[in-house]
Write a protein of this length. Structure first.
Lengths: 263, 357
């Protein structure tokens, strides 16, 4: 009887998973076997292994990697410093707040901020550096992406740091470990799970970025996400779009496995 | 908190109640039936005084709704939740809607004012005999340039874009047909060319344009040009006329090698409830006086020959929007190249975008 009621509770969850996780993935795999004319084909997969798409895949991974590394380098010290401050909740709120604003709005704001006559260039001008092209460069793309993703990196690391048993630090100190050794041998390994979830939360969405590539990078950066968007909306070549999506799903599953938490 | 929740629930209840009442009243007065006409058009794309005039003349009540992309409009019509009696798609969207059987044929007998439309704008490849569509406005693809920023340098042709002086100064609209099209035009090929050698040559030529290109963007191109983010932009004439009003330094030119000719067209969607009224509306909009008033307000080029005569000379003689005949002959309407070719165009465009400086 008890097991039966427990199974009943599972129904909403299972329906959800089936309808919104399993079914869409199956549909994507299904569509990837059809060409523009609706005929069954393996051509899309063949096409994926041409230089154009391979180059695109490489550049997507490269940018996602850069975004993740930069986020990590900024987020770790920030999270560490957060655990030391007095008004933790307030600072945390300030970090999370920007993620409540729509991503597109934020991207549009940067069009103004980084523009030739925008505030950033005014500042550079008054510093005597002179007007630079910031918009539509790799720098602006990485900057805005990191800005958007960084809360997702800070939070898990912050949680891991908070959960850490502080008596371990005292122990390390008593046993004569230098601060650097304490960090390397005690703090970092203990927060590794937080770092891993942070990397997951940044790397995976960064792989499939698309609107920012157009708005902030002016289509000078082309990622797999851009290609998917174009195939679905402009070309209406759903098969090719789905094929790229299949590869993205495989790549993401692979990354999840790599960054899996150890038990 | 409890009070707040209660206050919100009350507001919600009242809103829903009012919504129901409006719906009920509309039904009772017969709105949504035979004495209304629902027009579905682009935002700010009609002189609204004309709607009032139409209501006075016919006694029909016009419900005017707007959309901001062909795709959004098509989806709404396909779903069929709301009935639209007249819609105004661009020609490629119109031909898609025709293929998907979303349109009703137009009875030319009920539109006597059709005779005012210039013959060169009738019977075009996207709708032979104008069975399903009547042209509303037309335009071109061309170059917007900033007089101040070019400092006396001139641009009159597509080939002028390749001038090394324009390093990092060009913005392109994010459209495969537009961008490959102007490259084909610059090589003196048709922008409907499907010859593989020509397409590859056009793509290779675009790669050489890369140092001059600042960005390839969507609708933001208007804002960026107004803010003088770049000196040149490849845009549709409609966008051009809009931004020229916002920044006096901007000017527009239809390149001498030729360009694209596009149309927005009035159609009657399949879901129309007031087909009679829709014909009346189309006929009303084609009346020379009304068409002229509308063209003056919207600022796009009218296909209505009689209306053109009524427009002030500064508009009708403006070669930027009513190009001279010899140039007009070089303008081409996009042909529907089929999904395969379109996909190939996009593939080439994607490759070009990936070509780095």
């Amino acid at each position: 009887m008890q097991i039966r009621t427990r199974n009943l509770y599972l129904i909403p969850y299972l329906t959800w998973i089936l309808l919104f996780v399993v079914a869409p993935i199956l549909l994507i795999v299904y569509y990837s076997f059809f060409n523009v004319d609706g005929q069954f084909t393996l051509g899309n997969y063949q096409k994926f292994f041409t230089p154009v798409y391979l180059k695109m895949t490489l550049s997507s991974f490269w940018y996602a990697l850069l975004i993740t590394i930069i986020s990590l380098l900024i987020a770790y010290p920030t999270a560490y410093w957060l655990t030391k401050t007095k008004h933790k909740q307030l600072w945390l709120l300030l970090i999370i707040l920007p993620s409540w604003i729509n991503l597109l709005l934020k991207a549009y704001a940067f069009l103004g901020i980084f523009g030739t006559y925008g505030p950033t260039n005014k500042l550079l001008e008054s510093l005597g550096i002179g007007t630079q092209q910031i918009l539509f460069t790799d720098f602006s793309f990485l900057f805005v992406s990191v800005y958007i993703f960084i809360p997702f990196m800070i939070l898990p690391i912050y949680n891991a740091l908070e959960e850490m048993n502080h008596s371990l630090l005292d122990a390390a100190n008593d046993l004569g470990a230098s601060q650097w050794t304490t960090f390397r041998r005690v703090i970092f390994p203990l927060t590794l799970d937080g770092v891993k979830s942070g990397c997951q939360a940044v790397f995976i969405p960064a792989l499939s970025l698309f609107m920012i590539t157009r708005l902030v990078a002016g289509n000078r950066v082309i990622t797999l996400g851009t290609a998917i968007e174009q195939h679905f909306l402009v070309t209406q070549d759903w098969g090719m779009g789905a094929t790229i999506a299949v590869f993205l799903i495989i790549a993401m599953a692979f990354i999840m496995m790599l960054t899996r938490k150890r038990k | 908190m409890k009070r707040l929740t209660r206050a919100f629930s009350v507001i919600f209840l009242i809103s829903f109640g009012l919504m129901y009442v409006t719906y009920y009243l509309n039904q009772a007065e017969g709105y949504g039936g035979k004495n209304t006409l629902t027009v579905y058009n682009w935002g700010d794309y009609i002189d609204e005084e004309l709607l009032e005039k139409f209501e006075e003349e016919t006694g029909l009540k016009v419900i005017y709704q707007t959309f901001d992309s062909n795709e959004a409009m098509m989806t709404k019509i396909e779903q069929g939740g709301t009935t639209f009696d007249v819609a105004v798609p661009s020609e490629y969207a119109m031909s898609k809607m025709k293929d998907e059987k979303l349109l009703l044929p137009i009875d030319h007998k009920k539109i006597p004012n059709l005779k005012h439309i210039e013959s060169r704008f009738m019977n075009l490849p996207f709708d032979p005999q104008n069975q399903y569509s009547i042209p509303y406005f037309w335009g071109t693809v061309g170059i917007v340039y900033n007089k101040e920023k070019l400092k006396g340098k001139e641009i009159k042709s597509w080939n002028g874009l390749w001038n090394p002086d324009f390093k990092n100064q060009i913005l392109l609209a994010d459209g495969a047909r537009e961008v490959l099209g102007f490259s084909l035009n610059s090589l003196h090929h048709s922008l409907n060319d499907t010859n593989e050698a020509h397409l590859q040559a056009a793509k290779a030529k675009l790669d050489r344009l890369t140092p001059n290109i600042k960005a390839i963007v969507g609708d933001e191109i208007k804002m960026l040009l107004v803010n003088e983010e770049a000196a040149l932009g490849v845009v549709w004439s409609g966008d051009a006329s809009e931004i020229m009003g916002e920044n006096e330094n901007l000017d527009y030119v239809v390149p001498e090698e030729g360009s694209n000719l596009w149309f927005d067209n009035m159609v009657i969607p399949k879901t129309a409830k007031n087909v009679e009224g829709a014909h009346k509306f189309i006929n009303f909009m084609l009346d020379p006086e009304n068409a002229a008033k509308n063209a003056e307000y919207v600022g796009y080029s009218t296909p209505n020959a009689e209306a053109l005569k009524l427009l002030p000379e500064e508009i009708s003689q403006d070669e930027r929007f009513y190009p001279p005949l010899e140039l007009t002959k070089k303008l081409e309407v996009y042909k529907n190249l089929g999904k395969k070719m379109l996909s190939h165009y996009n593939e080439l465009f994607l490759e070009f975008k990936m070509h780095r400086k």
